[in-house]
Design a protein around this ligand. Structure first.
Ligand code: C5P
Length: 276
């Protein structure tokens, strides 16, 4: 059966520049995919039933982003086909690596092909946004400077590099970070052309560190190796290396109880060619 990859993303920086009337925050961020993620398998059915073969513990089917993505595509296109979804989960939940969003995007991309529903990339990006602010970047399929709530893209081309990503032993609920009264919501807007690699910070990081001291402790573990940053709303933290060998050597120096992995940065999503 065909394996469909759902890579993680890193936010190389993340500025909060304002807040919309509906409570969502205006962001500026650079999303980069990495070659580490979940894998999905789809068994198409001739009846419209959508099921999950191995649901995540504690996640009801109606809340599962892959099931919701499949049902959204069904409703939008009127297809009479269904699917059984199997997910091999590697990415942490509440990790800031976009795992659930990437799973949802891969479901949209795969089913659009398997069901032959023929939606364009632009149409799937709009559908994806209904599932979460981080879904469109995975449908977009190219590393990008993102604005709006994270859905307006300017593609970026980044130098090859590797990342050491650490997984603190906490799951961070995104709404708790965005709703903090201490969050700085007024970082000045920059032009995408003014951004260069390494610039900026993650405005969500001080809030996550305040609420989850483990995030701060894991950032401290990475600081000897370079500029340590949190991804998204946390909990995962990362540092960039020129190559995977150097990143792996750093990982091996850390205490054995520290969970982490090494991955290469990708400019293109592995399913980029599935959409036009
Ligand atoms: O869109 P997503 O489901 O990932 O967002 C989870 C929560 O994070 C939202 O309900 C909202 O509280 C917050 N959020 C936000 N501004 C964003 C993205 C998320 O306030 N741009």
């Amino acid at each position: 059966m065909k394996a469909w990859p759902a890579p993680a993303k890193l936010n190389l920086f993340l500025h909060v520049t304002g807040r919309r009337a509906d409570g969502y925050h205006l962001l500026q961020t650079v999303f980069r995919f990495i070659d580490y993620g979940d894998t999905l398998y789809f068994t198409v059915r001739d009846e419209p039933l959508v099921t999950h073969a191995n649901p995540l513990p504690g996640v009801l089917p109606q809340h599962d982003l892959t099931v919701r993505a499949a049902r959204l595509l069904q409703a939008h296109t009127g297809t009479s086909q269904g699917v059984e979804i199997r997910l091999d989960k590697r990415l942490p939940m509440g990790g800031g690596l976009g795992g659930g969003s990437s799973d949802a995007a891969t479901t949209l991309i795969a089913l659009n092909q398997l069901w032959q529903t023929g939606l364009s990339r632009a149409e799937l990006e709009v559908l994806g946004l209904q599932l979460g602010a981080d879904v469109p970047i995975f449908v977009h399929g190219h590393a990008a400077f993102a604005e709006g709530v994270g859905e307006a893209f300017t593609d970026v081309h980044l130098l090859p590099s590797s990342y050491l990503v650490l997984i603190p032993p906490v799951s961070v609920p995104t709404p708790a970070i965005f709703s903090s009264p201490d969050l700085c919501r007024s970082t000045p807007v920059i032009s995408p052309s003014d951004w260069s690699a390494g610039q900026g910070r993650n405005d969500l990081e001080p809030i996550a560190v305040q609420l989850y001291p483990e995030v701060g402790a894991y950032l401290d573990l990475l600081r000897p190796y370079g500029v340590a940053r949190m991804s998204g709303s946390g909990a995962c933290v990362f540092v960039e290396f020129a190559d995977a060998k150097a990143a792996q050597a750093a990982l091996e120096q850390l205490p054995t109880h520290v969970r982490g992995f090494v991955a290469d940065g990708l400019d293109q999503h592995p399913l980029q060619d599935c959409l036009t």
